[in-house]
Design a protein around this ligand. Structure first.
Ligand code: GLU
Length: 395
């Protein structure tokens, strides 16, 4: 799951969009793009590969404007090509998306039957096409996005801008994280507003963010931001201060992020353990009050990619020190399997970013009731719904 940045600005946004995307580069991506509102509609620049390719594209064909969205893509539907790179555009609608639209094939078939012509292979383009169709049917942008959200299923963080709307950006979240950043308010009472899939992307622009909850839709203008929950009721999401540590977002002296991660392992482990060790007696603090490991008959570790490799180390340690059998599952397979569960297992979902779509989907698949999930994100130490440990009895 990759990166989103949106800016409702009072000065040119293009460079800031790319700078925001650069802060998300550590997550990996295969292509990138920006869309900026122009007097005659939204214009896009997209490129395959690293942000430098997008910078080259922008240098050859500059783009400036006061409102825009940017995206780094990790392809799930359709190859890493320029046509599949985000943003995606249909009618007056331009959108960026992180996640997966599970019912995209049905929607695409329906739209195609209705005459829609697709320019990409992505699941995301159906979102733009549905929203454009809603607007063609007479809905205003806010109502059109709300109606679109009612048609799509899956995991998404979405940010929309619209041709001719120079004071409107709409964001929505279901299963993929999204934060709203509040800029300084000027004498006229207007603020620049920001949207990011990760507060780190916003750290250079805004120190105050609200995290959307699943089901939320945020309507941003310079004067006011309204957040609506799934039922359409206006809600207030707490505003938090961002404490961004630069080590997390730049490559430092290393050539690439992989080298940085390898050489930073001692520091990362020290950071991760910092809040977990009782420095008086040298023992670990109790990690999760309420989870009784003594009743468990096994541990199931669920993860993807590097986190999956890390689980193999955890298996050695848990089996050696706790004498509990450990099974390791790949998250992307997990929700499609018939699981033989005793009800006494402890499942631990491991994610490097806390946002891995397949891992979160596996978590939600197994444990419907979110209130029974014990959550903890390391090394940040804050409770979060993005990393979780759950007892089998609480399914
Ligand atoms: N599913 C979308 C695509 O393949 C978004 C992928 C992402 O999160 O970057 O374009």
């Amino acid at each position: 799951m990759c990166g989103i940045v949106g800016i409702l600005g009072s000065a040119n946004v293009t460079e800031r969009l790319v700078a925001g995307l650069a802060r998300l580069e550590y997550r990996g991506y295969d292509s990138a793009g920006v869309a900026v509102l122009q007097p005659d509609g939204v214009a896009m620049r997209r490129a395959v590969g690293k942000l430098d390719s997008l910078r080259v594209t922008l240098a050859a064909n500059p783009l400036s404007g006061l409102i825009g969205i940017g995206h780094t893509r990790w392809a799930t539907h359709g190859a890493a090509t320029e046509a599949n790179a985000h943003p995606h555009h249909a009618g007056p609608v331009t959108v960026v998306h992180n996640g997966i639209i599970e019912n995209y094939a049905d929607l695409r078939a329906e739209l195609t039957t209705g005459g829609a012509v697709f320019s990409s292979q992505t699941d995301t383009e159906v979102v733009a096409q549905i929203c454009a169709r809603m607007m063609a049917g007479g809905l205003e942008p806010v109502a059109a996005v709300a109606a679109t959200l009612g048609r799509i299923m899956g995991a998404y963080a979405l940010v929309f801008i619209f041709d001719g709307e120079d004071d409107l950006m709409i964001a929505a979240r279901q299963g993929s994280p999204l934060a709203i950043g509040y800029g300084e308010t000027d004498a006229a009472g207007d603020s620049e507003m920001f949207v990011g899939s990760d507060a780190l992307a916003l750290a250079a622009f805004s120190q105050h963010v609200s995290y959307l909850d699943d089901g939320d839709m945020a309507v941003l203008t310079h004067r006011r931001t309204v957040i609506l929950d799934r039922a359409g009721a206006e809600v207030v999401r707490p505003v938090q201060e961002i404490v961004a540590e630069s080590w997390a977002v730049d490559k430092g002296p290393y050539r690439h992020f992989m080298a940085k991660e390898i050489f930073e392992q001692p520091e990362s482990i020290a950071r991760a353990l910092r809040g977990l060790v009782n420095h008086q007696n040298g023992c670990l603090k109790p990690l999760l009050a309420g989870v009784d490991f003594t009743t468990a008959d096994r541990v199931v570790l669920v993860a993807c990619g590097t986190a999956h490799y890390a689980c193999h180390i955890a298996k050695y340690w848990i089996e050696r020190f706790a004498s509990l059998p450990v099974e390791i599952e790949i998250a992307s397979e997990f929700r499609y399997r018939d699981l033989a569960l005793s009800g006494r297992e402890i499942a631990i979902f491991v994610s490097q970013s806390g946002e891995t779509a397949d891992t979160l989907a596996a978590l939600k698949h197994l444990f419907i009731d979110k209130d029974t999930i014990f959550c903890r994100m390391w090394p940040h130490g804050a409770a979060t719904d993005d990393a979780a440990l759950v007892t089998g009895e609480e399914r």
